[in-house]
Design a protein around this ligand. Sequence first.
Ligand SMILES: CC(C)(COP(=O)(O)OP(=O)(O)OC[C@H]1O[C@@H](n2cnc3c(N)ncnc32)[C@H](O)[C@@H]1OP(=O)(O)O)[C@@H](O)C(=O)NCCC(=O)NCCS
Length: 292
Amino acid sequence: MTEVLIRPMLAADVPVAEQISDLSFHELDQRTTTRSDPVPERRTAEHSARWISRTHRFLEHDPGGCWVAEDESGVVGFATSFVRGEVWCLATYAVLPGLQGQGIGRRLLDSAQSYAADCPAGMLSASSDPRALRRYWRAGFALHPQMLLRGAVDRAALPRGAGIRAGRPDDLAFMDELVAGLRGGGHGPDHPTLAEMARPLVAETATGWGFAYTDGARLTLLAATDEATATALLWECLGDAGDTYLVPHVTAANQWAIDVAMTAGLELAQSGYLGVRGMAPPAPYVHNGALL
Ligand SMILES: CC(C)(COP(=O)(O)OP(=O)(O)OC[C@H]1O[C@@H](n2cnc3c(N)ncnc32)[C@H](O)[C@@H]1OP(=O)(O)O)[C@@H](O)C(=O)NCCC(=O)NCCS
């Protein structure tokens, strides 16, 4: 193996990091997909463009959390992470398939974690790659199975929630305050990235309040003060869904989400792990894979 240097990520590295991410996650999907999963596909051009713009934002706000591994052939791996309030989040992390399992990932994660030195809490959404899980376990993360629910929505089962409206820019402060209570820090500079993927909904119910980002095909994020409000928000997302809907990243702490999505006719499956350190899995909360 040639010598591998770990150095801070630069803006010029982002396109190659995107290619490494696409290649390594596609290879992982091919390796781990079961017969009931959709056939793995390479990223669309739109998804790649969103990945690139999101990573430029991480670099802008959290340059100390973004690292690459480089050998004589160029960049061969990367890790992007950020700090929001008291929580350090690993956004994404990959090493080129042919070079995995040789210690490059350990060095990348150590560098990204040096940015977490002052953070009492940490969060990441892990793939089911045994190498990734071993790394996270070694880094002190407790691993909680994640579930997903997907399929056609049974419209006859749908109650429509009252008190739900489109989110507005003046909701952002409340959203961040709510999420700070749930995971230690609000999404702050990540709202533009969330808004690129989905539209915000806000619930003000008799019991509390909350918000969700949804694009009609999948739930991007959901946070609420209480389960009744979270339930009303998820019903609203399902009511606006197209032919099928995906609710990813559901932990066992969020049985309310399983109750709603099962009632709506979606199918339950297991998918990766939520890794947490210095905190419990947040609830009522459906996290985002990269923005947690
Ligand atoms: C996760 C990933 C970034 C880690 O990078 P890496 O360079 O492979 O990691 P390392 O070699 O430093 O560490 C891998 C660990 O798994 C072990 N390992 C290696 N091959 C393995 C295998 N086939 N099965 C299980 N464990 C394995 C290694 O021994 C090492 O553990 P150790 O430090 O206790 O000895 C890389 O494997 C990857 O890109 N995977 C695909 C994408 C992915 O899942 N990314 C993480 C998303 S959450």
